[in-house]
Design a protein around this ligand. Sequence first.
Ligand SMILES: C=Cc1c2[nH]c(c1C)Cc1[nH]c(c(CCC(=O)O)c1C)Cc1[nH]c(c(C)c1CCC(=O)O)Cc1[nH]c(c(C)c1C=C)C2
Ligand SMILES: C[C@H]1O[C@@H](n2cnc3c(N)ncnc32)[C@H](O)[C@@H]1O
Ligand code: SF4
Length: 452
Amino acid sequence: MSSLIDKYNVPGPRYTSYPTVPFWNESGFTANEWITQLSKNFKLSNSTEGISIYIHLPYCESLCTFCGCHKYITKRHEVEEPYIDAVLKEWQLYLNIFSEKPIIKELHLGGGTPTFFSCNELKRLIKGIFNDAEKHENIELSFEGHPNNTTREHLQTLYNLGFTRVSFGVQDYDENVQKAIHRIQSFDQVAYVTETAREIGYKSVSHDIIYGLPFQNTETIINTVNKTAELMPDRISFYSYAHVPWIKGNGQRGFNEEDLPKSEEKRKLYELGRNLLQEKGYHEIGMDHFAKESDDLYKSFKNKKLHRNFMGYTAFKTTVLIGLGASSISDCETAFAQNEKDIKKYVTQLQNNELTVVKGHILSNNDLILRNAILDIICKFKVDLTLVYTMIPKDLLLNRLSEFLKDNLLFIENDTLIVTDLGKAFVRNICMAFDEYLIESNPKNQLFSMTI
Ligand SMILES: C=Cc1c2[nH]c(c1C)Cc1[nH]c(c(CCC(=O)O)c1C)Cc1[nH]c(c(C)c1CCC(=O)O)Cc1[nH]c(c(C)c1C=C)C2
Ligand SMILES: C[C@H]1O[C@@H](n2cnc3c(N)ncnc32)[C@H](O)[C@@H]1O
Ligand code: SF4
């Protein structure tokens, strides 16, 4: 095993999109082209599938030094009102583009910290979004809550607005680890928000935990997983710590690199955590994700309906995903578009009634074939290669996969690639064999975190 880790621990994308963001065709991309692609795909899919919405709420009161998300740290809550105004303005601009009333199938509030916002501002946001939209009969609304500032009032207000899923950042329960990541958070607080959510009627509560953080060892991981299982969340994200200090402004600092578990140690922490989670009745449904059998995500995985987008794994797929808010990414199947990251610029531009799309990518037919192949690998651990061969000649692809075949990470049967149990941990590496942009570019600067 250790030799496999040395061999496959290389920088690699997490494939929340294909092509991955660093390879988007920025120069040839304009907001107008995005609108053209979006209008076309919206018309084709809204009445049958509905659309998904992701809203990025980028504020936090305190900086966690491990965090790779796009956020701004402040205690000045005056920022809430103009930000929500901007998001509602952005939604209005999209409504002007759509040919009919959008039917919302999924809406997710992510961050940053959605529970940084007051109940009134959150209510104003959601009511504003639904003002000119219809709700799909199976609509799913979800949000990310910080256990330290999620109140009963937050949970009740959002529940009354239709939210039935919540995920809480837990990360780790060990005191030394919490100090190192600048995030002190008690088990009692997590228990309180988890139990309150259940009591109010939420049908799915999820916890995020991370392996590979500074000062973690087998003992701390066992403790964190046991405590997590004690509260019986319906889903658990068990993330590999992504060390990406070169991404500007994410604040990943405050601990020494030598305090981080090294690759082989990190791998052991994952295996230990995974085995414990499985003993407790959780199933590994995809990269980093575990769910109880009763959870929709598990059922979706079983029925081969699981999908992955910028929001993570979802139980259903919609062709159109609109990302609102600073740095958010939208996806309409044939194109991606990303908003301005700078919050001030984002707000100002919307005050001037302009969409803030700063970069994007139009997918070619070849991109679409490879995108679907990569999605199948990370959602089903299985892919039919027939179409892929029209793009990457069979010999060449088999050559790229030969080491994985030799190491028993996958096998191929009737032109279908199947990832083995051993291979599941190396799924990012397997996807890289299909990533024409990455292979062609052979990047000199590190763009992605390590795969292990
Ligand atoms: C709550 C914050 C978010 C998490 N994921 C996203 C958000 C907004 C969406 C997202 N994640 C990545 C990208 C870039 C596109 C791509 O690579 O395909 C987007 C739009 C990838 C990513 N996520 C993290 C990092 C450091 C990176 C880039 C480098 C890499 O691929 O390693 C950190 C991170 N963010 C989230 C998680 C769960 C996570 C690490 C496990 C949540
Ligand atoms: C939304 C979730 O993303 C996870 N998260 C945020 N930043 C990182 C990172 N650098 N590495 C791994 N996971 C991360 C946290 O667990 C958070 O709760
Ligand atoms: S982990 Fe959550 S609370 Fe901490 S900085 Fe990141 S977004 Fe903010």
